[in-house]
Ligand binder design. Structure first.
Ligand SMILES: [Zn+2]
Ligand SMILES: [Zn+2]
Length: 272
């Protein structure tokens, strides 16, 4: 399994020279199975770079893409109007989410509607299909995909991808419980090769009035990773206010508690 990150910021794109190590773009990742099939997770602003790469490689033939959504908050969909292949004829895009297909279509069309955007979603020439992933999970790009609901305003789905040998869990936006760990997420993450986890706040910031905002800390990520015996932990959904030094401090604090932790970055490729 190969995972490439195109955006790892949370809530809002970051900007500024001090944020170059981890990138400015919001969540978007490309997950490729051992068999070479691929699925895009989330359509944050990182999707723009991925779309440009897909377009450059596409040639003349039919192009197919699948996007799986954790949820529809702006930071996870804002790249869609700037996804080049949306405007490419002879292109088939499958949009998968945990809400009804008609509702998903409506939500995404809202983003590209006058006066918010000059081109309507349904006016673009790509062929679009909407699919729901139910509680039973699905097979996607040759991988088994399981889901569990996270603790986040309006909901957010965590997904586990298994290709028979390796597994990766994405818990992009979640808030840990007041006591203990999230048992459902711990179940989903059990012995995963990789856990990508929401580390939006430092423990100090969280305690100082961020409870109920739907996000978590590196400390809770480490606690969960240890409890679920995951191979590697990647801290993600980085706070857009953090410059490289602030992220570096978070990384060092996490490392002191768990050897197998890193911070996700736009452009990072993880091979499992
Ligand atoms: Zn988010
Ligand atoms: Zn959210």
């Amino acid at each position: 399994m190969r995972i490439e990150f195109f955006g790892v910021r949370g809530s809002f794109p970051a900007a500024g020279q001090c944020q170059s190590l981890y990138g400015a773009a919001t969540p978007c990742a490309l997950i490729k199975s051992a068999a070479g099939e691929q699925v895009i997770l989330d359509a944050g602003t990182g999707l723009r770079t991925l779309g440009a790469q897909m377009m450059a490689k596409a040639g003349e033939g039919t192009l197919k893409a699948t996007i799986l959504f954790t949820h529809f908050h702006l930071d996870h969909v804002l790249g869609l109007p700037f996804f080049d292949i949306l405007y490419r004829p002879n292109t088939e895009i499958t949009f998968i989410s945990w809400v009804d297909p008609e509702e998903a279509h409506e939500i995404l069309a809202l983003l590209m509607k006058a006066p918010l955007f000059p081109v309507g979603f349904d006016e673009t020439p790509s062929k679009k299909t909407f699919v729901r992933i139910g509680p039973e999970g699905a097979t996607m790009a040759g991988m088994r995909v399981q889901r569990t609901q996270l603790r986040h305003p309006q909901g957010c789905m965590a997904y586990r991808f298994d290709d028979g040998k390796r597994s990766a869990v994405f818990a992009t936006d979640t808030e840990h419980p007041e006591e203990g760990i999230d048992a459902r997420l711990a179940d989903l993450s059990q012995k995963a090769s990789l856990l990508v986890y929401d580390a939006m706040y430092t423990p100090e910031e969280y305690e100082a009035g961020r409870q109920g905002w739907g996000h978590s800390t590196w400390e809770q990520g480490v606690r969960l990773a240890k409890a679920a015996k995951v191979g590697r932990l990647l801290l993600s959904h980085l706070n857009p206010n953090y410059d490289d030094r602030a992220v570096g401090r978070m990384r060092r604090a996490a490392k002191a508690n768990f050897r197998h932790v890193e911070v996700a970055a736009a452009g990072m490729v993880v091979k499992l």
